[in-house]
Ligand binder design. Structure first.
Ligand code: SIN
Length: 518
């Protein structure tokens, strides 16, 4: 067992890197499964950061939209806290060097995204926000003397003593091989390792994001919240790629329309806000078109014409790579797992139910998103809670920042490998039974199969982490016998006031509840 004075941050997306900088000069070790900048969902975020930055807007209006989109389960105090902190957060990122788009008068250029009552999403070069914010933070982290980054290393488990998290089990990745674990004791652990989109066969998340970080917290006994609420993005570009590239919602904000193979603009009949209806409504409509064989598409031609090439370069590049010319033809789209509103339950300081463990970003469930996250609130939440968790960790640790030399861990090859077929099987089960539309019978079947898969591949901690998250999603979805936000039950298609509260569940409870399915 090795001991470090460094705070360990698991995950190197926007939340992890920002927290590492906020903790300076306290020494930090950032664990990244990939080279920095690769593999983090944040770098793929196209929309931007939601913040009340225009004269006609206010944090109160932003909070109201957040609460309305969340379909009854947003924590209003958290919504007020996060939206209130948003403008200062944008100014801070600007100071850090993020090149947000400005107009001739120097005002931030704002995108309009679904369920926002006003254009409110601060952007970079149209659809480059995530990538550019990450580039800014990576440059700072690389230069920060207090931050050590360990790349191609992943966390497989948490170490606890007397109920307190005291460290992490780490393993090294070498291609498809994984080393044996090394136990590292640390004064505090912050999880910032993303969501669970890759537990589904069709996802917009980077390939390695499969619920592992939520799963390792759940396996250590952390209380999880809102696990049933998985957001599907309606316009993943459907060209058979895994993961699927995104066609940002900002395109619909610019007037792009959803059309099917019969030429029908099908959102008109679905919702008064049509293409700008809440994301869950649009995702279900797109999913229904796909299921009916109607080939849904996003038509940007009338709204943008050639401007898509310069105003949305990431979308244009993804189309080009797939042999689609969006200036001349509509873009085929499908609903894909995109963002998990649920995660490790935290308080307003990012503390989990386990002493010694903080969580921020998509792995956390703070109460901001409710049953349906408002577009571009994800990056905002990651920043606000990274700062709050960093401040809380610093206040929790006694004395001045210790002198902690850089760590060199010795990894021995030969850890239990992850079976790609088992992962694919799990993803298919989740898509089929725990996806955009759910039923009690399908969820029960999913639970049986998740448990069987886990038992058949018990030696891999990475797979155990994925299965833990999958089981929690399916169990929470089975328990919620109503439809609300992103959680749709064909057998309970209406919201039920008895279920308006957020859900909380531990892995032990989920296992207990689903024992009869085993
Ligand atoms: C998008 O650009 O459509 C995604 C933004 C988000 O998920 O917040």
């Amino acid at each position: 067992m090795i001991t470090t004075g460094r705070v360990v941050i698991v995950g190197a997306g926007l939340g992890g890197l920002y927290a590492a900088l906020m903790l300076a000069p306290r020494p930090v070790l950032v664990i990244s499964p990939e080279t920095l900048g690769e593999g983090a969902s944040s770098a793929w975020a196209q929309g931007g950061v939601a913040a009340a930055m225009s004269e006609g807007d206010s944090p109160e209006a932003h909070a109201r939209d957040t609460v309305a989109a969340g379909a009854g389960t947003v924590d209003p105090e958290i919504a007020a806290l996060v939206t209130g902190a948003a403008p200062a957060q944008i100014l801070d990122l600007t100071d850090h060097g993020t090149p947000f788009d400005r107009d001739a008068a120097g005002n931030y250029v704002l995108n309009h995204e679904a369920a926002h009552s006003i254009a409110r999403v601060v952007r970079v070069k149209g659809d480059q926000a995530g990538r550019k914010i990450m580039e800014t933070l990576i440059a700072e982290v690389r230069a920060a003397p207090s931050v050590q980054v360990m790349e191609r290393v992943l966390a497989q488990g948490l170490i606890s003593e007397n109920g307190r998290v005291t460290g992490v089990e780490l393993a090294q990745i070498d291609g498809d091989a994984i080393s044996q674990p090394v136990a590292l004791l640390a004064p505090a652990v912050l999880l910032a390792g993303g969501g669970s989109g890759g537990l589904y066969a069709l996802t917009t998340n980077p390939p390695r994001i499969r619920g592992q970080v939520m799963g390792l917290a759940a396996r250590a006994g952390a209380v999880m919240a809102d696990m049933e609420f998985v957001q599907f993005h309606p316009t993943a570009i459907d060209v058979g790629r895994d993961p699927a590239p995104l066609a940002t919602e900002a395109l619909r904000g610019e007037g792009a329309r959803l059309v099917n193979a019969d030429g029908l603009f099908f959102m008109e009949a679905e919702h008064p806000m049509a293409e700008l209806a809440p994301r869950d409504v649009v995702a279900r409509a797109v999913f229904a078109q796909t299921q009916a064989g109607k080939r849904p598409m996003l038509d940007t031609r009338a709204a943008l014409g050639e401007a898509i090439l310069t105003q949305f370069p990431a979308v244009a590049a993804a189309c080009r790579k797939a042999g689609i010319d969006p200036v001349r033809a509509p873009i085929p789209v499908a609903a894909a797992a995109h963002y998990h509103m649920g995660g490790v339950a935290t308080d307003a300081a990012g503390r989990s139910s386990l002493p010694g463990l903080w969580v921020c970003g998509e792995a956390a469930s703070t109460g901001l998103h409710g049953a349906n996250r408002l577009a571009s609130n994800g990056v905002l939440e990651a920043l606000v809670f990274a700062r709050r968790a960093a401040e809380d960790i610093a206040a929790d640790l006694p004395g001045a920042a210790p002198d902690a030399p850089a760590l060199a861990l010795d990894f021995t090859p030969g850890g239990p490998a992850l079976d790609p077929d088992a992962v694919q099987h799990l993803r298919e089960v989740m898509t089929r039974h725990v996806g955009v539309r759910r039923t009690g019978a399908g969820l029960a079947q999913a639970i049986t199969r998740i448990r069987a898969l886990q038992a058949a591949h018990a030696s891999s901690p990475d797979f155990a982490n994925m299965c833990a998250t999958a089981l929690l999603i399916a169990t929470a979805a089975l328990q919620r016998r109503e439809s609300r936000g992103a959680h749709w039950r064909d057998d309970f298609p209406a919201p039920d006031p008895d279920f308006v509260q957020r859900s909380r569940l531990t892995l032990a409870e989920a296992q207990q509840m689903t024992q009869e399915n085993a």
